[in-house]
Design a protein around this ligand. Structure first.
Ligand code: SF4
Length: 208
């Protein structure tokens, strides 16, 4: 489907962030909020020299909470960031993950309170460059509508994406970006099917 959807252009570097640490921190901060609020929190951390795993590991919870407040549920996210920073420091930083098998990192990320499948995979893919397809609610909605299969779940969609691709992280990055942008532009709760780049292959019976 992605290959056929040539009507949407996805920029390289779609996920914002100047460093791997920043991308991973952003993946936590954007949970349950929008990028605007996450960016405010990232900006506060940046201005206070705390936009790195080293700095977060050395900061107090109260300091982190203060700076990330604009991202919402800041107490939980602060604890999550502390745990995330501790994990990455224990393996030699994000760059140290290059020598660790993806499933091992994923398992450790999922042990951190506040990190679920989507956040773990976003960190693995966009910060670490591991070949993992990120599934989100947008993806589940679109796949469900296009295929007509009602009960799509995270693991099934990810497995299918992995089986259908060559394992290139760059492809997975662009696929995830495509689903997000498609959901925003066309496949909303009430779909705007006119002009949708996958209109011709979509099996949704109530196309608008
Ligand atoms: S054609 Fe409509 S229902 Fe199908 S993917 Fe596009 S917007 Fe969604």
């Amino acid at each position: 489907m992605y290959a056929k959807a040539s009507g949407m252009h996805i920029e390289k570097g779609w996920w914002p962030g100047d460093t791997k640490d920043e991308i991973a921190i952003g993946a936590v901060l954007v949970q349950n909020t929008n990028w605007s609020n996450a960016e405010k929190a990232l900006g506060n951390l940046r201005r206070n020299d705390m936009l790195s795993m080293d700095a977060l590991a050395n900061a107090t919870l109260v300091e982190i909470e203060t700076h990330i407040r604009p991202s919402g549920v800041y107490k939980r996210k602060a604890g999550c960031l502390k745990e995330l920073a501790a994990y990455f420091l224990s393996v030699g930083g994000i760059d140290g993950c290059a020598r660790i098998q993806t499933w091992r990192i994923r398992r450790e990320l999922l042990r951190i309170h506040g990190i679920g499948n989507e956040t773990a995979d976003a960190i693995l893919l966009y910060a670490l460059g591991k070949p993992v397809f990120v599934v989100d609610a947008y993806t589940i909605r679109i796949i469900g509508r296009v295929t007509g299969r009602a009960s799509e779940d995270y693991a099934a969609i990810q497995k299918e994406a992995h089986a259908a691709s060559n394992g290139d992280p760059e492809v997975y990055m662009r696929m995830h970006a495509f689903f997000v942008e498609l959901a925003k532009a066309h496949c909303r709760k009430v779909p705007r099917c006119t002009g949708c780049p996958v209109f011709d292959i979509c099996g949704y019976t109530e196309k608008s």
